[in-house]
Design a protein around this ligand. Structure first.
Ligand code: FMN
Length: 219
């Protein structure tokens, strides 16, 4: 069950925005901040979480979640999963590392195994919500042919989203050098993040939104 501590008012869209870059004030975090500002300007309630400030580790495959659908590890990622489940929409921001998401985010994604157990083994229904839950993924890499480096991220997130009955997944990528002195002044980051975050709030699918192809057929 979602932690009641994180219950939200019904009238407001509640968005959980998670940045996973180990660098504070980085390109990745800047993309997320642009998205948050845009969403807050439309009265969405956004909670920002910086993974680097939390104490959480990867899944240890202990099967502790198999019977209850709840992780037994006593670190910050267990209550964070409650927030993830309770949120109306999710945003994840990650730098691209070796053609994938950074290890910090992958740890959190793997800790989503309770979502898998709840859906496929325990057959527990997902929480009902006023609108369909959506997931936006913001990625930033250093190389120009960025599409080549986001395929793994998209596949991982498709599987993750399916476990939570999230059928609408949008991935936005931008290119920015790691040594950018002030990412907040990089127009490419804002250009990528702003319209994507606005689309997140729409209840109907925009034409270029990625329908989750993993929504049918996996497992
Ligand atoms: C360990 C490591 C691996 C990286 N691998 C890639 C990569 O495969 N493709 C890419 O486009 N950029 C890669 N980069 C560059 C970063 O993704 C890029 O500089 C990004 O803007 C960093 O985000 P940050 O500002 O949030 O730290 C890598 C950087 C690091 C540190």
């Amino acid at each position: 069950m979602p932690n009641p501590k994180y219950a939200k008012p019904d009238t407001m869209t509640n968005i959980l925005a998670i940045t996973s870059s180990p660098r504070t004030g980085s390109n990745t975090e800047t993309m997320l901040d642009v998205a948050i500002s845009a969403l807050e300007s439309r009265d969405a309630h956004v909670e920002k979480v910086q993974l680097e400030k939390l104490n959480g580790g990867p899944c240890i495959a202990c099967d502790g979640c198999v019977k209850t659908g709840r992780c037994i590890l006593k670190d910050d990622y267990t209550p964070l999963n409650d927030k993830i489940e309770a949120a109306d929409h999710l945003i994840f921001a990650t730098p691209i590392y070796f053609g994938s998401m950074c290890a910090q985010l992958k740890s959190l994604i793997d800790r989503g195994q309770p979502f898998f157990e709840k859906k496929y083994n325990l057959k527990q229904p997902s929480p009902t919500r006023p609108t369909e839950k959506k997931c936006l993924v913001l990625t930033c890499g250093g190389f120009k042919k960025i599409d080549e480096y986001v395929k793994n991220i998209e596949q991982i997130m498709q599987i993750y989203c399916r476990c939570q009955d999230i059928n609408t997944l949008k991935l936005i990528s931008a290119t920015a050098a790691r040594e950018t002195t002030n990412p907040a002044h990089n127009p490419m980051l804002a250009k990528a993040a702003m319209p994507a975050s606005m689309r997140l709030l729409r209840t109907t699918l925009a034409p270029n939104q990625v329908q989750n192809p993993a929504a049918k057929g996996i497992t």
